[in-house]
Write a protein that binds this ligand. Sequence first.
Ligand SMILES: Cc1ncc(COP(=O)(O)O)c(C=O)c1O
Length: 466
Amino acid sequence: MAEEAPPPYASPELYGLTGGPLGRPPGDERRTETAPTVAGHPVEALVERFGSPLYVLDEAALRGAYRRLIGAFREGWENTFIGASVKTNYLSAVIAILRAEGAYGEVVSGFEYRLCRDLGIPGDQILFNGPWKTDDDLRQAFAEGATVNLDGDDELARVERIAAEIGREVTVGLRINMQVNYPPWDKFGFKLEDGHALDAARLIDKSEHLRLNGLHLHVGTYIPDPGLYGRGMEALIGLATRIERETDARIEQLDIGGGYATRNTLHDTMLPGEAICATPEEYAAAITGPLQRAVGQLSCKPRLFIEPGRILVDEAASMITTVRAVKRMAGAQKAALVDCGVHIMPTAWWYDHEIRPVVDRGAPVEDYRIVGPLCMQIDVLRKSVVLPALREGDLLVIQDVGAYNFSQSMQFIYMRPNYVMAHEGGVDLIRERETDEYVRGPERLPARLENEETAGSFLWGRGERD
Ligand SMILES: Cc1ncc(COP(=O)(O)O)c(C=O)c1O
């Protein structure tokens, strides 16, 4: 019998398994959805017009988040007001939209206070929190009827002096801290458990110049468990009841702060954020339930304030970025170097942001580390994400970046890019990209360091030098 001919020789193919964090080889089941548009506008057209990287705010999503939240709370407690946390995203266009929807402003500095006033928010619709407020800021807040929540004994004493100077009674609130979560946010306010909060209320009661009318609690940020708010509200109501019994104060407003989580996923968590964070309706039920049950217990039906930040703005904004280089790393993983760094997306240090390709050409998927353009090893936006093979020039969309990215961004190596707001009728530029003049404008070169080269500079020629 004739021997069968061996199959023709084919050289073996060697390739590394580029699995994700669980070590699974990538496969088509791990293809992410594409994001060809943001807020209804083609990504490529946005980049052509406004450049890359680019923050894009979806106006309809922002308005929708506000309406859903206020609707859920008013369902349970009609007398609810939203004090939008200004520091979460203090772009004027963002605050103006929230204001147009009916928001009050929640501020923690004179800068934020003045921003609200400039946007037409009257003083008596501003909640002024924070561990330190300057005397001038306090004077303005009292003159304009803002809610000022006192943060500690020294501030209480200072406010007493300012009120005496003003020569009329001023109304104040007290920020309370308590152990409903671990670790408690005990940098702020008066402690509940050791009687500090009650003592402060008694002190105010004795003051000729101060009147207490509200209690405030903000237990932390990104709190997915609504039960914690329920426990906090019960404790606030308990304290308010005791204060009303023991002093002349009437507690007319209770403020339960912010911290409501979004669908972003924290690093090193088992489940995606979407699976663990509560809905606005669940937060509302947890907070308004204790209020409903306490009707009749307090001297009046208090106004309820909430101070949402991230739940209003996080999911309303995206970052568009461009792949500028693809590299092999020390191991099998590849790096995609993009033009957005952690200086303009600091939340990459807490979250595994969802990253989507704008087009999918059908190439096999690979495991990428997404790194920014800064000359720093720690400039990493995602440690590991599976995407269709990338090449220079590809566009990516990083989702849910509306909270704390712009307001905590910094100029470092690269400047801040354009920020636009997309709506049905078009796209508005709401913050222009920074320039050399913007960044270096405040600098002054001492005259003794000038030379022929610097003399003609657009910067050094002007301003005081002494
Ligand atoms: C007093 C106060 N209120 C509201 C907020 C908003 O928090 P978040 O953006 O988590 O809702 C913060 C932020 O930590 C805060 O300090």
